[in-house]
Write a protein that binds this ligand. Structure first.
Ligand code: SAM
Length: 229
């Protein structure tokens, strides 16, 4: 199992998601106490897609994050590099055009999309700066990026409780409900190693995105960053 900070390799990340694919949606619901549904609604509102808009849902996994876009008639393309996740997704959501692709070398032409969104994926991309530059390349001028990612709770006492929850409870719960509990030890470590809200905003700007802004969800457990190409 990769350590979040030390030796994260694309093949390790790929294998890890192949292993959790089968029970991914259930485990998400249990671990986030159902909060992930609300976070997904917020992503949808931030993208604000129109019927016919071309939306890339990057690191889409099983397509949970893509479904709301399909429902309003957007042309959503779920893309991921874990064939295990794509396979489970295709079975559950056969109408979605699942596409295999690496976030750091996207299989799409320049300016292909009106919006790109990535939910709980950027933290796992081995070279996030390369991923952000690729997202910029495939978004048309004036199009938007919405990044939904775990972040740093803003209220210090809560931040402490949260880290205790992550470090201690999360692996125990995951052992009961997940097909690959070690992946959730990685989850806790990777959240701690991830930059805070301002740090991620700086990375977006460095990758060429403009008008970068963010809002906190659930007290900063999750942050939504939005930017323009
Ligand atoms: C936690 S899942 C998120 C899935 C979905 N977006 C959601 O919100 O439920 C993270 C996904 O990122 C994918 N991923 C990680 N690195 C990637 C990369 N370099 N290119 C494409 N997908 C990647 C993994 O395969 C995994 O399916």
């Amino acid at each position: 199992m990769p350590r979040a900070e030390l030796d994260k390799q694309p093949a390790d990340v790929q294998r890890m998601f192949d292993a959790v694919a089968r029970r991914y949606d259930l485990t998400n619901d249990v671990l986030s106490l159902g909060q992930d549904r609300r976070w997904r609604r917020e992503v949808f509102d931030a993208v604000a897609p129109q019927r016919g808009d071309r939306v890339l849902d990057l690191a889409a996994g099983t397509g949970t994050s893509s479904t709301p876009f399909e429902e309003v008639g957007a042309l959503v393309v779920p893309c991921d590099f874990s064939l295990g996740m794509l396979r489970v997704g295709k079975q559950a959501r056969p109408t979605l055009p699942f596409t295999a692709g690496d976030a750091t070398r996207l299989p799409f032409a320049d300016d292909s999309f009106d919006a790109v969104t990535i939910s709980f994926g950027l933290r796992n991309v081995v070279d996030p700066a390369a991923g952000l530059a690729e997202m910029r390349r495939v978004t048309r001028p004036g199009g938007h990026l919405v990044v939904c990612e775990f972040s740093h709770p803003t209220f210090p006492p809560f931040r402490t409780v949260y880290l205790e929850y992550l470090m201690k409870a999360l692996p125990t719960i995951a052992r009961a409900v997940s097909s690959a509990p070690d992946a959730y030890v990685y989850l806790a470590e990777s959240i701690r190693a991830w930059p805070d809200q301002q740090g991620l905003a700086d990375q977006l700007a460095a990758a060429g995105w403009r008008d970068v802004e963010w809002r906190n969800l659930s007290g900063g457990i999750v942050a939504l960053h939005r930017a323009t190409a």
